[in-house]
Design a protein around this ligand. Structure first.
Ligand SMILES: [Cu+2]
Length: 273
């Protein structure tokens, strides 16, 4: 006898009672696991996030934390439903005979209340993430200093080239002064690359034939960080993992001089060229 034969028809009061008790159990499981894992999120995410070493990196880190905390209950909701269904509604007796011996469960009823909740909650979550990103981007644009030091970044298989047009310097190593607003403009010479410096909260596409400019970013910590390419761009893609050095203003001026540039322009750049 299959399990569905022992159940009452779906519109009977006892079937509704059984359904309600299943839903209650699933919701309880979901709530308990969500509380545990959201709490864990607040412990683990700050540990695995990169150091925040720029004016915008803090917002990037906070976004990671908030979006993970929002996503965890959604993921647990799906997993709890799947595992509960697999365990509780499994066909327990070994299947014998033809496929016609197996019966389908009762069809699902349309429940407008559940649909409204479902659409309301998922819609609100989606709109929250959109609004979060829009306000974050707007505040970064609005806060951008007027007179950034422009760094033109070109990705090519398989290296990055950095051009500081105001300083007359070109380099394959990215060197930046602490406390000076930087504007990256990014392009590619060949295929798609992705220019990412986690510690500075910078992530931009490098598209062939197109320059992309981002809001300014001001390095706030002296140290060595990493640039990585986040588009699989060919055989030596990993070669595009390269160092970023954030140094003091005077150290940066010395580096510009050593590379044949004009350090006087570091703070004097007007507009962009
Ligand atoms: Cu690449």
């Amino acid at each position: 006898m299959s399990s569905s034969e022992s159940q009452a028809p779906s519109d009977s009061p006892s079937a509704n009672g059984v359904e309600t008790s299943h839903i209650r159990r699933v919701v309880k499981l979901w709530l308990v696991l969500s509380v545990i894992f959201v709490a864990l999120t607040f412990v683990v995410v700050p540990l695995v996030n990169p150091t925040t070493a720029s004016s915008v990196a803090g917002f990037a880190s906070l976004t990671d934390l908030v979006f993970t905390a929002l996503a965890v209950p959604v993921a647990i909701f799906v997993w709890v439903f799947v595992f509960y269904s697999v365990v509780v509604f499994r066909e327990k007796a070994p299947v014998s005979g033809s496929a016609e011996d197996l019966e389908d469960g009762p069809p699902l009823d349309v429940k407008p209340r559940q649909q409204i909740w479902w659409l309301g909650i998922t819609g609100a979550l989606a709109l929250t993430t959109v609004a979060w990103g829009m306000f974050g981007f707007y505040s970064q644009v609005a806060d951008s200093p007027r007179n950034p030091l422009v760094v033109n970044v070109t990705g090519q298989e398989w290296t990055w080239t950095y051009d500081y047009p105001a300083l007359g310097v070109q380099s394959h190593v990215l060197e930046l002064p602490r406390g000076r607003a930087i504007q990256f403009r990014v392009t590619s010479d060949d295929v798609l690359h992705g220019f990412v410096i986690d510690a500075l909260g910078v992530a931009m596409d490098a598209n062939p034939g197109e320059w992309v400019a981002a809001p300014t970013v001001t390095p706030t910590k002296i140290g060595n960080f990493d640039v990585r390419c986040v588009e699989l761009c060919g055989l030596y893609h990993t070669y595009m993992w390269s160092p970023v050095k954030v140094v003091s203003l005077s150290g940066f001026a010395a580096w510009v001089s050593a590379n044949g540039g004009t350090p006087n322009a570091i703070s004097a750049q007007k507009g962009t060229s």
